[in-house]
Structure formats: structure tokens, C-alpha cells
Design a protein around this ligand. Structure first.
Ligand code: IYP
Length: 409
């Protein structure tokens, strides 16, 4: 939890990647590379590519990975940390992190302070459709070298995998974010700190709420949202859109996201079809979400998890990034779920995500026998992730969880 120091590897994009550990794992990291140049040792400086060369890149990535790995092991075994002295196992801690169209996952299987760790899986290539070899001066091929050394010297057993992504910068950055977030989650699990449920609302002094009414020739909508559930008995739900299946989905959202209030009363031209009402309600809820989240100070910001309803399971990866993006692969068998057409399920998620200024990936893990179960599993996973994202992590002390310092511009 220390302060960020200087990160100067001579490879500016690697500096930016190692910096993901400060923002997303909440670790104070400093890295200084010294290298030989025309017979003398020089210290690399940040914010310049003048120290980079393809010739010594492999050595730089190896040395940085080894140093970061050793420092991680020292930190995990340091006095005052509980649980890491012996062989720390969880059932496998997983976190998937997005960056726009890309998302990658990290699985930490175990930590062993007595043995070398291992990078059991590394699957990032291709780095975009043209398999980009360099990001700036950073050779993409040595990303694996870095993580192999981190795993070996930290004692962590790690699997890293790209699942979606077309942009090399995004693919690599999503991977570092997933590692950083997974490491923090692993440490919290081993040490038994449950930040998410201890801070999802009740101890927030300021209210995180918004309301909005809108009326057009097509729909009239009234939404009120309070992100924080003070106590279960006082949570208030009033959902009546004129489309029963939509009501049930928003009910599932409010329950899994643990909203204090969700009022959503709408009337629309459902005699035409369900489109205008579904779209406008989702837009309005997304706008209220964005307003209630404000500048996202102190928020956890990212969420990763899945939900199962009968035979259907959907995974959601979410980031309150301020860069709207929806990745979506739900494939319904029929045309409609009760009074909601299946094509509106994607449009509904698109409208919330874009108006909520979020990055969201929905991934079908298992398709059960009904479309209703699949849609509900998607909404429950979305709500579960939203609960993680909106939670205040007191350790951030009100800071915005971004390596660029703000999520508001
Ligand atoms: O706010 P973040 O810490 O997730 O990342 C900052 C910056 O690297 C990110 O804005 C980015 C956007 N596209 C590529 N990278």
C-alpha cells in the first residue's frame, strides 16, 4: 500500500504496464534500470524512449520481471502479512479485466514461498490482426518473458489469457490490469479482507443517487436510483415499465447490484412494439448510473464475475472506464422472452452501458434450455459486477482508480 516511486525501465510502455500494479493492485512500486552504454552505467529515465533498443530488450524484460517477482515475494512474506509464510492456496483466484474491445484473464493458482512459481499458461498472440511486433519501442514478444520471470521469482503460479482483443496496446494493457487486479484479489482472499461487502454503501457519508424524468411522443419515464443500500429493510424497489419481462430483469439488476432504490415507472407506445420503451428506460437508467457514480472517487471501478440461472451461465467483465463499449455474444434460440423481444436484450445492455459510460463484456459460458434463463443470468452477472465496481475501497482514500488520474474526461 506504499507510494508509487519512479518507474524507469528504459521501455516507456513497460513503465506504463508496471504502473498498472500501483493503480490496480494498490502496490507502491519503484523500478530503476541501469544499463551499460559505451562503457559506463547509465540510469534510465522515465518518459523517454531514448534508452530503448531491441538488442538489450530481452535482457531488460528478464531483469525487470525477476526484480518485480523477487520484490513481490519479499512483500508477500514480509512481517505483518498473514497467510503467506506457508503455501497459500485458494481455489484459484481469477480476475478478468477489460480495456475497450479487449479483455484478458489472470488465474493465480497458488503461492509457495519455498519454491519457484510458474507461468503455466500465456496466450496473448496474435497482438491484433497484424500481430503487432512493437507498441512504440516495446517488443510485444517479451511480454511473456517478463511474466515468466515474475512468476518464477515471486513463487506465484499464474495463467494469463487473452479472450478478446484487436488492438495490441489494449491486449497487453488488459493483461497487466488482470494480473494486478487478480493479485490484489488473491492477497485479499488469503488475508481475509472483504472490502466489497464491508464498504458497498452503509459507511458512505455522501449520497450517491440520481433521478431523471423524460417524456417524448413515444415514452414517459421516471427513474430514481440510489446506488447504496443502507440496510435491506429500507431498500425501495418500484419497477413498472409495461413490459413484464423487462420488469423482471430490472428487478434482478437491483437485487444483484444491491441498489438502495430503483424506481422505474414508464409508459410507452408498446402497441407499436417493445422497442421505444425498452430503449428509453435503459438509456435513463444508464444516465442515472453515470450521474450517481459522479467522478468515481474511491470506487473499486472494475468487476469480474458470472451468474448462473438453471442451465445458463454468463460471465461479465466490467469497468467504469468512461469509455463506452459493449462486447456481447448472447445467442437466443427464439424471437422473444414473454413480452420482450430477444433482439432488445442486446439493445438494452448497449443503452445502459453507453449511457452509463462503462466498458462491459458479456460472455456466454453455458447455454441452458430457455432464453429467459440466459437473459436473467446475463443481468444477474451484470448486477454482480456493478456491485463490485461501485463499492468504495477505503484503502483508496478517495483516490480515483486510474493510472491517468481521472475517469471524468
Ligand atoms: O485509467 P487506467 O488506469 O485504466 O488506464 C489509463 C490509460 O492507459 C487508458 O486510458 C488507456 C486507454 N486506451 C489505452 N490505454
Amino acid at each position: 500500500m506504499g507510494k508509487r516511486g519512479q518507474i524507469a525501465t528504459g521501455q516507456p510502455f513497460l513503465d506504463h504496464m508496471i504502473d498498472q500494479l500501483t493503480t490496480h493492485a494498490q502496490l507502491g512500486v519503484s523500478v530503476q534500470v541501469e544499463k551499460e552504454r559505451v562503457g559506463e552505467m547509465v540510469k534510465c529515465e522515465p518518459d523517454t524512449a531514448k534508452y530503448a533498443s531491441d538488442e538489450d530488450a530481452e535482457a531488460t524484460f528478464m531483469a525487470c520481471g525477476e526484480a518485480v517477482g523477487k520484490a513481490l515475494k519479499d512483500m508477500l512474506c514480509s512481517e505483518g502479512r498473514i497467510g503467506f509464510a506457508a503455501n497459500a492456496r485458494t481455489n484459484g483466484t481469477r480476475f478478468a479485466a477489460p480495456l475497450d474491445e479487449a479483455y484478458a484473464s489472470c488465474l493465480i493458482e497458488q503461492f509457495d514461498s519455498e519454491k519457484d512459481g510458474e507461468l503455466k499458461l500465456f496466450s496473448l498472440a496474435p497482438y491484433g490482426p497484424r500481430n503487432r511486433t512493437h507498441i512504440g519501442v516495446y517488443p510485444t514478444v517479451y511480454t511473456e518473458t517478463f511474466f515468466r520471470e515474475v512468476a518464477k521469482h515471486s513463487g506465484l503460479t499464474i495463467r494469463l489469457e487473452k479472450h478478446r482483443g484487436d488492438n495490441a496496446h489494449h491486449i497487453v494493457e488488459a493483461t497487466f490490469k488482470s494480473f494486478a487486479r487478480c493479485l490484489r484479489k488473491f492477497m485479499d482472499e488469503v488475508e481475509g479482507s472483504d472490502v466489497e461487502s464491508s464498504s458497498s454503501g452503509s459507511n458512505n457519508s455522501t449520497s450517491r443517487a440520481a433521478s431523471r424524468a423524460r417524456s417524448t411522443k413515444e415514452t414517459s419515464i421516471d427513474v430514481a436510483l440510489d446506488l447504496d443500500m443502507k440496510d435491506e429493510a429500507n431498500s425501495s424497489l418500484e419497477i413498472s415499465t409495461g413490459i413484464e419481462t423487462l420488469d423482471a430483469l430490472f428487478d434482478a439488476l437491483a437485487e444483484t447490484a444491491e441498489f438502495g432504490t430503483l424506481k422505474c415507472v414508464a409508459s410507452g407506445d408498446t402497441w407499436i412494439d417493445d422497442h421505444h420503451t425498452t430503449e428509453d428506460v435503459a438509456i435513463t437508467i444508464g444516465q442515472c448510473l453515470n450521474e450517481a457514480l459522479g467522478n468515481k472517487a474511491g470506487c473499486n471501478r472494475m468487476g469480474s464475475g458470472s451468474a448462473r440461472v438453471n442451465g445458463s451461465e454468463v460471465e461479465v467483465i466490467m469497468d467504469l472506464s468512461n469509455r463506452p463499449y459493449l462486447g456481447y455474444d448472447l445467442d437466443f434460440a427464439g424471437d422473444s422472452i414473454g413480452d420482450l423481444s430477444c433482439e432488445m436484450v442486446e439493445h438494452l445492455f448497449m443503452s445502459i452501458t453507453f449511457n452509463g459510460q462503462m466498458t462491459v463484456h458479456l460472455v456466454t459460458k453455458e447455454k441452458g434450455s430457455t432464453d429467459k434463463d440466459l437473459a436473467e443470468a446475463a443481468m444477474r452477472a451484470f448486477g454482480t459486477c456493478l456491485k463490485q465496481c461501485k463499492s468504495i475501497d477505503p484503502r483508496r482514500a478517495g483516490a480515483v482508480a486510474s493510472s491517468k488520474g481521472t475517469l471524468s474526461v
